[in-house]
Design a protein around this ligand. Structure first.
Ligand SMILES: [Zn+2]
Length: 483
């Protein structure tokens, strides 16, 4: 067989063997920069149309980006969403329309070089994946077909659905009936808004028309979407003059929901899966003084101390309870107990244990403080070495590594497990604790656990028995060049 055909065949077979799952993804571009771009793709269980939502292209329009945010972790029964809640991060962090210029004027054909263009390039790519595009903004005043006053007239942008044309004719001859679709959606949206002053109106900027009063619209994202992708596109404008941010978000949501209905994109209601429950910290009263304790830590006490769990901070507001073992019942939040032996406070989301705090009797208890610095003790080819949290340990394939222990400058009542991600001890059950094994770097490592899947750096993670991560260092495997 021809070598090329063979390699293509292998590639196709590899792709086919990957299970196709209706999974939502989150991708980050330009990470760590002022123009970091986060893109959320939500794929429905059933295939369907794709709606692109872009918010935050101008940083002083929170109604738009906070509304987009609301859709970033929903689940869909049918159809897809692509969401960019914060297109212009720098402008949002500064609450400024455009510190490096207006990003929504960079979509014309010859923009001058500037730091926003990398983001603009990504947004243009996304347009190619969508069936409809909503650009979410907050604008001044209230758009209205006739002049009422300074705030409510045909020149104002707030509370409007903007299209660049009543009907747009694409290069390939297709016609997009923007006016018809937009008015239909607004009729349904306005039916849900009791306050008539807040109704949204259709706003045709006639961007294509040589005599348009809005020639700047030719440089915007929606007009680009029409011209280059024949993608139906609308600007959704909440008013900056609405009495609350909540209303701005609500009106955006109403418009998005109605367009979703129009495209037969069906959300899963109620949302089935949230994040897996995670305990952040707890506030415990000891003899009347509050102490903030991290899960997995130990709280030193004197015999007879009065202990009350006051507050549990977790990523889920409901279904979280705590149980002081050996005292009270299963639900001990707010109850005070005198502690006379070592015990645990167990935190549950419903029945699932999501964290523990150990209550440890000590004749002279040191004051509790959570650790800040974590140290790892390892042995490389028989020599002890200390590594700080986050450090990179360079090893060659000939090296032998032993993980000894890890401690922090906190109370250290918990000695963590140490887990070399991607390395599995031979012949014994893998318990996620690799302490004391002799790890040969020539052993086979599972690339999927390496940093970014590149097979070069492998995290070694310190974890509590319940699997909470306390810190990590990274092993970088240096492979000698073949001569
Ligand atoms: Zn805007």
């Amino acid at each position: 067989m021809n070598r090329w055909i063979a390699s293509i065949l292998v590639m196709v077979l590899t792709l086919l063997s990957v299970p196709v799952m209706a999974q939502s993804t989150h991708s980050v571009f330009f990470q760590g920069s002022d123009y970091e771009l986060n893109i959320y793709r939500i794929k429905g269980e059933k295939p369907g149309k794709t709606l692109l939502l872009i918010g935050g292209i101008q940083g002083d329009e929170p109604g738009g980006y906070l509304s987009a945010d609301k859709y970033s972790d929903i689940e869909l029964e049918k159809g897809n969403l692509i969401i960019v809640p914060r297109a212009n991060l720098k402008s949002i962090l500064l609450n400024n329309r455009g510190p490096d210029g207006d990003m929504n004027r960079q979509f014309h054909d010859n923009p001058k070089p500037n730091p926003m263009l990398k983001v603009v390039g990504k947004l243009k790519e996304l347009m190619g994946e969508a069936d409809l595009f909503l650009h979410l903004h907050d604008g001044w005043g209230f758009h209205y077909p006739v002049y009422v006053d300074e705030l409510r007239n045909p020149k104002r942008y707030g509370q409007s659905l903007i299209a660049d044309a009543e009907a747009f004719e694409c290069r390939d001859g297709r016609e997009l009936p923007l006016g018809t679709l937009g008015r239909k959606v607004l009729e349904k949206v306005n039916a849900q808004i009791a306050n008539k002053d807040h109704h949204l109106h259709f706003f045709d900027t006639r961007t294509n028309d040589p005599k348009t009063p809005y020639p700047a619209m030719r440089k915007t994202a929606t007009y680009y979407a029409l011209r280059h992708h024949c993608l139906p596109a609308f600007g959704v404008e909440a008013s900056k003059n609405l009495p609350s941010l909540k209303l701005k978000i609500l009106y955006h949501n109403l418009v998005i929901n109605e367009f979703m209905r129009e495209l037969d994109i069906v959300p899963m209601t109620p949302k089935v899966l949230i994040e897996s429950p995670r305990l952040e910290f707890v506030e415990i009263d000891v003899n009347g003084s509050p102490v903030v304790v991290k899960p997995g830590d130990a709280l030193p006490l004197k015999r007879g101390d009065a202990v009350t769990v006051n507050k549990i901070a977790a990523n889920s507001p409901r279904g979280i309870f705590c149980d002081v073992k050996g005292k009270g019942g299963l639900n001990d939040l707010g109850n005070t107990f005198h502690i006379d032996r070592n015990t645990d406070i167990v935190f549950r989301k419903e029945s699932k244990v999501i964290g523990k705090v150990h209550l440890h009797l000590d004749r002279q208890p040191r004051r509790y403080r959570p650790g800040k610095t974590r140290v790892f003790v390892v042995e490389v080819n028989g020599e002890k070495r200390l590594l700080l949290n986050g450090e990179v340990l360079e090893l060659s394939v000939d090296d032998k590594l032993r993980l000894l222990t890890s401690f922090s400058d906190g109370n250290n009542a918990v000695t963590p497990k140490l887990n070399f991600k991607g390395w599995v001890p031979a012949g014994v059950r893998n318990r996620g604790d690799d302490r004391k094994f002799l790890i040969a770097l020539s052993d086979e490592l599972q690339t999927k656990y390496s940093v970014a899947g590149k097979g070069q750096r492998y995290p070694v993670v310190a974890e509590t028995s319940s699997g909470r991560k306390l810190g990590q260092f990274v092993v970088q495997v240096i492979r000698k060049q073949e001569p």
